[in-house]
Ligand binder design. Structure first.
Ligand SMILES: Cc1cc2nc3c(=O)[nH]c(=O)nc-3n(C[C@H](O)[C@H](O)[C@H](O)COP(=O)(O)OP(=O)(O)OC[C@H]3O[C@@H](n4cnc5c(N)ncnc54)[C@H](O)[C@@H]3O)c2cc1C
Ligand code: FES
Ligand code: FES
Length: 491
């Protein structure tokens, strides 16, 4: 057992022996360290004003990621290199190339969002050389600016790749930082707290399994992009927290031939890259999953275990036929993903169990797959409805297998069994799609909430199916599209 948390804040080694387990990094930076360059806008991961850059060892290599300090718990920084906006200016007062580019391109007005943008740009500058406008927009989607407008900031991102990168002190320091982080790494389980409340961070899956069995009441924390909000917005008090963040083995993704095995701690960036190999549709959907800061922190295990009816990965993976691997101690059980979701926020996770991995089948030759996410905003918004569809056709073109899964249509991510039945044995055409759309009313009685009305949800769920038909059948003749629109009531 190790009874402290250790990380690097710039060059400084920080050791913390006592800490509220859910103290946020943002509060610690601003209130304890008076590093007030990092701002608080929303305290829920949405605005990016609190963005900092955190380096961690990934397979022995130093990898920097932009994250939201407002929803990250301080003790989860163990073993990391933390950079805040104050670190950027050189001792001679010279601005970092990223800051200089923001100045040159007039990328700031009131300045409140600026440190967050600068830190998101720093992460890009550290990791990537060639930046398309779309890549820049994706990387900045988690940063909101109310006054400058985004064009000058995008221009700054295009300009910041200045010469002399290799001589820059952050790049030059990488070998030293890597060596220092390696020296901090160990396999001891961390156990700290503030007397009443406790934080644990095992370094191996075995130690995690033992700890979760012994403390089934403890809250598991992966990326904290959901749990962080329970604390900052829900004002919940978590007495015992077990962090999964130090367990590299849980981040592994492997190709097992006919399926992928994704460790529960694979973040959404890694999950996107893996799922893109199954379908470009999944790549596009994951591009719109949160903002870059959320994708860096949030994990596949957290998205599933959270049990939200509007999480995006559950419908995507249920449609593919994914299986969940749950572990308690040394025992494992496998469950079809859809069977994990029992009722609103009620999952089939037994005391002492945790999600270890997700097994995702690849698409078979000729299979049709499509996923659509409907949200009020294109970027960084939670779905109102998400529909994922997977069909297999026999040699005569008739549907031999159908998996249609929706988020946002019920208290859980759910298959549309009646709509699936309406498709089986039929040619995949307008009539079949119309029958499936009609059957959706048997499958779902959606809610009206701030994201969408019940009527809109039912309508859009059908329209997504129609879109699936249009996207997967060729040629896309005007007649076909007109027919579909007429059936949808837009003719
Ligand atoms: C600004 C913002 C935008 C977002 N956008 C999206 C979006 O577009 N789409 C979307 O689907 N979600 C979105 N989310 C929600 C969130 O990012 C995801 O659900 C994310 O995948 C959660 O993963 P995490 O690792 O952060 O989970 P955590 O917050 O750490 O945990 C979530 C839950 O899972 C449990 N848990 C975590 N790991 C395990 C495990 N291995 N075994 C058992 N239980 C576990 C925790 O105890 C907790 O109950 C957004 C969140 C924010 C703040
Ligand atoms: S303060 Fe808005 S994302 Fe953290
Ligand atoms: S410069 Fe004012 S919010 Fe961005």
């Amino acid at each position: 057992m190790r009874e402290n948390v250790r990380f690097l804040l710039g060059d400084e080694l920080v050791e913390i022996a006592s800490c509220d387990p859910t103290r946020t990094v943002l509060d610690w930076l601003r209130l304890d360290r008076r590093r007030t360059g990092t701002k608080e806008g929303c305290a829920e991961g949405d605005c990016g004003a609190c963005t900092i850059v955190v380096g961690r060892l990934d397979g022995g290599r130093l990898r920097y990621e932009a994250i939201n300090a407002c929803i990250r718990f301080l003790p989860t920084l163990d073993g990391c290199h933390v950079l805040t906006v104050e670190h950027l200016r050189g001792s001679d007062g010279a601005l970092h190339p990223v800051q200089q580019a923001m100045v040159d391109c007039h990328g700031s007005q009131c300045g409140f969002c600026t440190p967050g943008f600068v830190m998101s740009l720093l992460a890009l500058w550290l990791n990537e050389r060639s930046l398309s406008v779309q890549r820049i927009e994706d990387a900045l989607a988690g940063n909101l600016c109310r006054c400058t407008g985004y064009q000058p900031i995008i221009a700054a991102a295009q300009r910041m790749n200045a010469a002399g990168r290799e001589q820059n002190r952050f790049v030059a320091a990488m070998p030293t930082i890597t060596a220092r982080l390696k020296a901090l790494a160990d396999e001891e389980t961390i156990a700290i707290g503030n007397g009443e409340r406790h934080f644990y961070a095992p370094a191996t899956v075995e130690a995690l399994a033992e700890l979760v069995s012994a403390q089934p009441q403890a809250t598991l924390v992966a990326g904290a992009t959901d749990v962080g909000l329970w604390v900052t917005k829900g004002m919940r008090r978590l007495d015992s927290v077990i962090s999964l963040g130090r367990i590299d083995a849980l981040r592994e993704i492997s190709d097992e031939g006919d399926h992928l095995r994704l460790g529960a701690m694979a973040n959404q960036i890694a999950v996107r890259a893996a799922l893109a190999g199954i379908s470009p549709q999944l790549d596009e959907m994951m591009r719109r999953f949160g903002g870059e800061q959320v994708r860096n922190a949030g994990t596949i295990g957290g998205n599933i275990a959270n049990g939200s009816p509007i999480g995006d990965l559950p419908p995507a993976l249920i449609a593919l036929g994914a299986t969940l691997v749950l572990r308690k101690g040394n025992e494992r059980r496998e469950l079809p993903l859809e069977a994990f979701f029992l009722d609103y926020r009620k999952q089939d996770r037994r005391p002492g169990e945790f999600v270890e991995a997700v097994l995702v089948p690849k698409l078979q030759a000729g299979a049709l797959y499509h996923i659509s996410k409907i949200s009020k905003r294109f970027d960084e918004d939670i779905s109102a409805v998400c529909g994922a569809f997977h069909l297999r056709l026999d040699e005569t073109g008739r549907v031999s297998d159908a998996r249609l899964a929706y988020g946002g249509m019920a208290g859980i991510p759910k298959r549309a069994k009646a709509a699936e039945a309406a498709l089986l044995g039929r040619s995949w055409d307008n009539a079949a799609a119309a029958a499936a759309c009609a059957a959706l009313a048997e499958d779902f009685t959606p809610l009206t909430d701030m994201r969408a009305s019940a009527a809109y949800r039912l309508k859009v769920a059908g329209n997504l199916l129609r879109r699936f038909l249009i996207e997967t059948t060729a040629p896309r003749t005007a007649t076909r599209v007109a027919g579909l629109l007429a059936e949808a009531g837009h003719g």
